[in-house]
Design a protein around this ligand. Structure first.
Ligand code: TYD
Ligand code: MG
Length: 464
């Protein structure tokens, strides 16, 4: 315990997982429940007479009439990648701070180097701060992407103050900090990536971005659970949070916005990682259906939606049995609990005896299907595998499945149908409610409305 000296050294204990603060050390974080995650941070001693006014150096901020504040919205610029612009809400807003998270090796540095090159090609100065790699490693990557413009600068540095000073001196139009988890503020305790360091780094870069109108990208690491590592404050401080996702063994990558102060978060960008970086995928459905072998039992095409974009994806199911003991249930790209629920619905509501079968479900291409509208596709893939009868390869499926075996309506059925028609599908199994609402407006598609899982199984497996 500290004594009662004048300038008492103060401490606080900060959870390295969620940023929760406590005045005492605790074995378990009261906020997020993680064990052994509280780390001591020493605070500067309180100087007598230092009040809240002293922190701002005596200057008092003046209120402004809101009507006189200049609008930001028009001040956007393209990044050279149309999908990234769309996810950002129509390009990069000048002076904004954008955080890009994603698994290691997924392509974060590649994506930002592409943006950096694009702006530099247009004659803007760009500063790329490499905290994780040497200048020559960045050069190696940049060489793969094409000729390197002259106004693209690299700074291999992890010292936050050196980074801020370099950015002030160079006055670039774009600053990329790769990554915020490697930045160290001198004079601050804690290793790089700790809550104190990340918080201070993000706050300092935010001040720079706002005071200089400097558009800034921060790369962030993500933890085992797939959330951005470190404090939640990081996400609160920045203007935009983007995630780059995908399966490292597949070429495609999805870019999602989870927070955006300047636009919607429903948009999704689709890219393919190739020899020269990330390239846009104009027809993602074609990519996901490219390797489909038509006429195989257990394969169903789902008319899904990623953000506001319709996307056709193949769901595959395989059953093996009978097995003795507890059967295996393995789901790739579909939530495990959702699979268990859908198997139970099939068993009880459609009379399929699946209780003694190992069940494997996989979404082709490494995509994740999280929306409920994919339920019917999973159910029919399982039913098709069970009966060992293929579903007609030119049929697409959409619908949410309830515990009563009912098939519930899905959002934006028309957009999904249009995508299916564009790719040459002929028939669509959809919730009866959606069919009625569409009043037969399926165009070239034959619309088959189904009210229950049992009806859907019959409609999908009898006619082919
Ligand atoms: P990288 O951008 O370093 O990922 P992150 O910054 O998210 O850790 O991407 C690394 C992977 O991308 C690596 O496996 C190599 C691959 N890659 C390509 O396939 N094509 C390319 O043109 C580039 C630059 C990288
Ligand atoms: Mg990287």
């Amino acid at each position: 315990m500290t004594g009662l000296g004048q300038a008492r050294a103060r401490s606080r204990y900060v959870c390295q997982e969620c940023g929760c603060e406590s005045v005492r050390w605790l074995g378990r974080c009261p906020e997020c429940g993680s064990w052994n995650s509280l780390v001591e941070e020493r605070l500067p001693p309180i100087r007598p007479g230092a009040g809240p006014g002293a922190a701002t150096g005596g200057s008092v901020a003046q209120p402004l009439p809101l009507a006189s504040v200049p609008a930001l919205a028009g001040d956007r610029r393209g990044t050279g990648l149309a999908d990234l612009d769309r996810v950002l809400g129509g390009g990069l807003v000048t002076g904004s701070l954008v955080l890009l998270g994603g698994d290691p090796g997924i392509g974060k540095s590649t994506l930002l180097l592409q943006v950096a090159r694009h702006l530099a090609e247009a004659g803007e100065r760009v500063l790329y701060v490499a905290g994780e790699e040497s200048a020559s490693q960045v050069k190696l990557r940049a060489d793969r992407l094409g000729a390197i413009p002259e106004s693209l600068f690299v700074l291999p540095e992890t010292d936050l103050e050196a980074v801020l000073a370099a950015a002030e001196r160079l006055a670039p139009a774009l600053l990329v900090v790769d990554s915020i988890h490697t930045m160290v503020a001198p004079g601050l305790e804690g290793p790089p990536g700790s809550v104190a360091q990340v918080r201070e780094g993000a706050a300092a870069l935010m001040r720079l971005a706002k005071s200089r109108g400097l558009t800034t990208f921060l790369v962030g690491h993500i933890n085992k659970e797939g959330a951005l590592a470190g404090p939640k404050v990081l996400e609160h401080v920045v203007d935009v949070v983007l995630y780059l996702e995908g399966d490292r063994h597949h070429a495609f990558r999805l870019l999602r916005g989870v927070k955006n102060r300047f636009g919607p978060t429903s948009e999704v960008g689709v890219f393919a990682m190739g020899e020269a970086g990330l390239a846009p995928v104009p027809n993602p459905s074609e990519l996901f259906l490219a390797e489909r072998t038509a006429g195989v039992a257990g394969s169903v095409v789902v008319a899904g939606l990623e953000g506001s974009r319709p996307l056709l994806v193949e769901v595959q199911a395989l059953l093996a049995g009978p097995v003795y003991g507890t059967p295996r249930r393995t789901a790739t790209g579909v939530d495990h609990n959702r699979l268990a629920l859908l198997l139970a619905v099939l068993e009880r509501r459609a009379g399929l005896r699946l209780g003694n079968q190992d069940a494997y479900v996989k979404v082709a291409g490494g995509l994740r299907l999280d929306e409920p509208a994919a339920d019917l596709g999973v159910v029919l893939a399982l039913a098709s595998a069970y009966r060992d009868r293929p579903v007609d390869p030119r049929t697409v499926v959409m619908g949410e499945v309830g515990l009563g075996g009912e098939v519930r309506a899905v959002a934006r059925a028309e957009a999904r149908l249009a995508e299916a028609a564009r790719l040459g599908f002929r028939r669509c199994l959809l919730p009866e409610r959606n069919r009625r609402a569409l009043q037969g407006a399926g165009g070239v598609l034959e619309l088959v409305g189904v009210g229950t899982v049992a009806e859907a199984v019959e409609a999908a497996l009898t006619r082919c």
